[in-house]
Write a protein that binds this ligand. Structure first.
Ligand code: G1P
Length: 268
């Protein structure tokens, strides 16, 4: 079964980067010379995705601009003989089919996924959260897709014990090298309650049944509707799998992570 669509929820406000993100969406902040979100779109495309569905808010229209053609700028660069910058911007709008849906209230990542239900339809799809960038030989999404047989797959990585309260943590049963069945999941547990050292990173394959599971799931303590609660609900009906991702992961949702990513991607 092929996975052709990716959902990228990008409606969050980016409070850790204020004031830079007062106007500019945090997903457009650069790693070297390319916006964070373009790395994710490229990861999706290199993994076989043909349509990228962005879940944006009305304050994130600049993301749409980034993935649209800008003839005025192309003409100007041509006239001035600026070949390299031209080559960098020309292909962007043709990289995939881009679709935009809106999340008009910050009700959680599960709620964002529900906004994409109609655009996704009745097929499995990839979800990439905006903050997790992996530098490695095989695109992280492809590592998930390589294991796909119809049921959910979650990307995980080893995390330090003192950081469990920043991640979803899985209770794994090893199947083969870096491939696990997920027996249980706990969202942001304290170190003594964490079932393992495998933390969820924001990359998932979802079957279409996830939509009903999210709708049936309990809302979080903060009133948010979370994707992980959808998986916990779905696990009552289907198996959930996890892949330990190979590569260096950067959490570009905080300034240190974004700077580390820039150092790693800078071609010297
Ligand atoms: C979300 C998920 C969490 C996961 C994390 C990875 O949390 O709920 O399970 O570990 O993304 O980035 P957030 O960081 O959005 O609070």
């Amino acid at each position: 079964m092929n996975i052709k669509k990716a959902v990228l929820p990008v409606a969050g406000i980016g409070s850790r980067f204020m004031p830079a993100t007062k106007v500019v969406p945090k997903e457009l902040l650069p790693i070297v010379d390319k916006p964070v979100i373009q790395y994710l779109v490229e990861e999706a495309i290199m993994s076989g995705i043909e349509e990228v569905i962005f879940v944006i808010s009305k304050d994130k229209e600049l993301i749409k601009d980034h993935f649209s053609e800008n003839l005025w700028l192309e003409e100007l660069l041509k006239k001035r003989g600026k070949k390299k910058p031209l080559q960098k911007i020309q292909p962007i709008h043709k990289m995939a089919k881009f679709t935009y849906v809106y999340q008009n209230a910050p009700l959680g990542d599960g709620h964002a996924i529900l906004m994409a239900e109609e655009a996704v339809g009745n097929e499995p799809f990839l979800v990439l959260f905006g903050d997790d960038i992996v530098k490695g030989e095989i695109p992280a999404a492809k590592q998930l897709i390589n294991h796909f047989k119809g049921e959910s797959i979650i990307a995980v990585e080893k995390i330090p014990k003192e950081k469990t309260s920043m991640y979803g943590v899985i209770d794994p049963v090893l199947q083969s090298d870096k491939f696990f069945e997920v027996k249980d999941m706990v969202e942001k547990p304290s170190p003594d309650k964490a079932p393992s050292d495998l933390g969820v990173i924001g990359k998932y394959i979802c079957p279409p049944e996830i939509f009903d599971a999210i709708k049936e799931a309990n809302t979080g303590k903060d009133g948010e509707i979370r994707l992980i609660d959808g998986f916990i609900r779905l696990k009552e009906k289907q198996k959930i799998w996890a892949v330990e991702i190979e590569g260096d992961r950067f959490d570009t949702g905080n300034p240190e992570g974004l700077i580390d990513a820039s150092h790693a991607f800078l071609v010297k």
